[in-house]
Design a protein around this ligand. Structure first.
Ligand code: FAD
Ligand code: AMP
Length: 475
């Protein structure tokens, strides 16, 4: 193996591995170093996303949604099911198979793009040298013209509720439970807390979610958040807002959780407690003294808008730098960086990074919330279309939620799109594309949408912004 590369990427998650592949496509010599190890000690590319995040969580959300629908919704279709039961071991086996196929797929992609895959630890030394430590402890010094840092993030551990498996667990532990806890506590009603809470709620756990903030989904459009909260309540998710956890201790086979809200101090007894209180950037043993790469006060690697660090030829992408901790944001940064290194054009439009919560109904948005537009002072209009009026949603027995468009009154520019309803995560792609091209609501209004599809809800929401929706009452 060569000791010199045009590019070395440290971290093989959804930010690092696309950077390596694009560098290979750009005919640069490239190595990608990753140290992720499974519980059995085996190495796997793909980082948090493929091994313990996006993919396994979506696999379990899919399985549990099917189980829930079979039990609760098939009867209305005239499908009679008796004795529906769940085999958690098989559900977990299916999930593990999907993860394995996905992570092994990266090795095949690396081969195709000419990327040298190195499994072990990478550490940036000064002068764009990288120390690589293999599984057996053997060290080698590599040199590169460019180094891309993509070391990702890890779950936040709360001082008041330190991890203590199997009782007090992080999101990875929550994806690996081998049986359904009777009483499940979740700290944090963010994306991860809601998705994992939904998985186990659908399988029968009594789920209590404790959220310190007084507002539900404070980062989302509040009309969207209210609609979502209504559905979660109906599903039996007990979400307590303004509830700050102050302590958690294992007592026998239970966890005693202490929390405070406006009414005072409370306690809650659960069988398992998931701490989903956010993630923090990870850079342990990544930077040797004297590299010149700087971290901010929260531990993020400091970069400019093109992911350049303060050191010539050293870049950083993904969860270890500022911006939303999302796989697709990291992927675009990785690709941009590898293109800029090759002298090509590269840019990430941070204004059009979509957010998706894969609950039922799904929640997705892009751009500004109505609250943000309002406080900006720019005159705006809003179009809302309920899925209740969508023929396809009704045929699917999923006529819940709505699509909402917020647009400028002056030039009709689409400023934000917010969807809660069936397949919202897929529908948002049209809105992202529209905003990427600075589309107006009129552009969407004049675009043909196939009938009957869920995408008609986005079309009708654009029409509703001018009170010209056909299939709803334009209220
Ligand atoms: P990571 O995926 O964390 O990868 C970093 C990699 O670098 C790891 O393999 C790590 O071992 C390796 N590494 C670190 N330091 C070194 C070193 N010094 N040497 C060698 N290797 C090193 N995002 C979405 O967009 N959609 C979702 O649906 C979604 N669902 C999620 C569900 C859960 C339960 C969780 C926990 C996260 C979810 N996320 C989701 C977030 C998403 O997983 C992250 O945003 C994404 O993985 C970040 O990618 P990354 O490449 O920056 O970092
Ligand atoms: P996110 O950052 O989207 O993953 O969400 C994490 C959530 O956890 C945030 O909404 C935080 O307000 C919440 N959180 C963090 N610490 C606590 C705590 N001690 N008690 C309750 N909620 C918390």
């Amino acid at each position: 193996m060569a000791d010199f590369f045009d590019v070395i990427v440290i971290g093989g998650g959804p930010a690092g591995y696309p950077a390596a592949i694009r560098a290979g496509q750009n005919r640069l010599t490239v190595a990608c170093i990753d140290e992720w190890r499974n519980r059995d000690g085996s190495y796997a590319f793909g980082g948090t996303c493929l091994n313990a995040g996006c993919i396994p969580s979506k696999a379990l959300l899919e399985s549990t949604e099917l189980y829930h629908r079979a039990r609760e919704e098939f009867a209305v279709h005239g499908i009679k099911m008796e004795g529906v039961s769940v085999d958690v071991a098989q559900m977990q086996k299916r999930k593990a198979g999907i993860v394995k196929a996905s992570t092994q797929g990266i090795l095949a992609l690396f081969k195709g793009a000419g990327v040298t895959a190195l499994q072990g630890h990478g550490k940036l030394l000064s002068g764009r040298r990288v120390e690589f430590t293999a599984a057996d402890g053997a060290k080698r010094e590599l040199t590169a013209k460019h180094v891309i840092l993509a070391s990702g993030s890890v779950p936040v551990e709360l001082k008041c509720a330190p991890f203590k498996a199997p009782h007090i667990i992080d999101s990875q532990g929550a994806l690996e439970l081998d049986s359904v806890p009777k009483r499940l506590g979740v700290i944090g009603a963010g994306v991860i807390g809601l998705e994992l809470g939904s998985v186990w709620r659908r399988l029968g756990s009594e789920v209590t979610v404790l959220e310190a903030l007084p507002e539900f989904l404070a980062i989302a459009d509040q009309q969207l958040a209210k609609e979502a909260a209504r559905h979660f309540k109906k599903q039996g998710l007990d979400i307590r807002l303004g509830a700050k956890v102050t302590g958690a201790r294992v007592a026998g086979d239970a966890v005693e959780v202490a929390y405070e809200d406006a009414k005072g101090a409370h306690s809650l007894s659960v069988d398992r407690l998931i701490v989903a209180a956010g993630r923090r950037p990870y850079s342990a043993d990544l930077l040797a003294d004297g590299t010149g790469v700087e971290l901010d006060e929260h531990g993020f690697i400091k970069v400019d808008q093109h992911c350049r660090t303060a050191v010539e030829g050293v870049w950083a992408v993904g969860d270890c730098v500022r911006g939303p901790m999302l796989a697709h944001k990291g992927k675009e940064e990785g690709v941009m960086t590898a293109d800029l290194i090759a002298g090509r054009f590269g840019e990430v439009n941070y204004k059009t990074v979509p957010s998706v919560i894969y609950t039922a109904p799904e929640i997705a948005w892009v751009g500004q919330t109505e609250e943000q537009v309002k406080s900006s002072g720019r005159p705006y209009k809003v179009g809302v279309f309920p899925f209740l009026a969508s023929g396809r949603a009704r045929a699917m027995e999923q006529a819940q939620g709505f699509a909402k468009i917020v647009a400028a009154r002056d030039d009709d520019e689409i400023l934000g799109v917010h969807i809660v309803g069936p397949m919202a995560g897929e529908l948002i792609a049209e809105a992202v594309l529209a905003m990427e091209y600075s589309a107006s609501t009129e552009d969407l209004q004049r675009t043909i949408h196939a009938h009957p599809t869920l995408s008609e809800a986005v079309h009708e929401a654009a029409l509703a912004a001018d009170k010209r929706a056909i299939d709803s009452l334009n209220r």
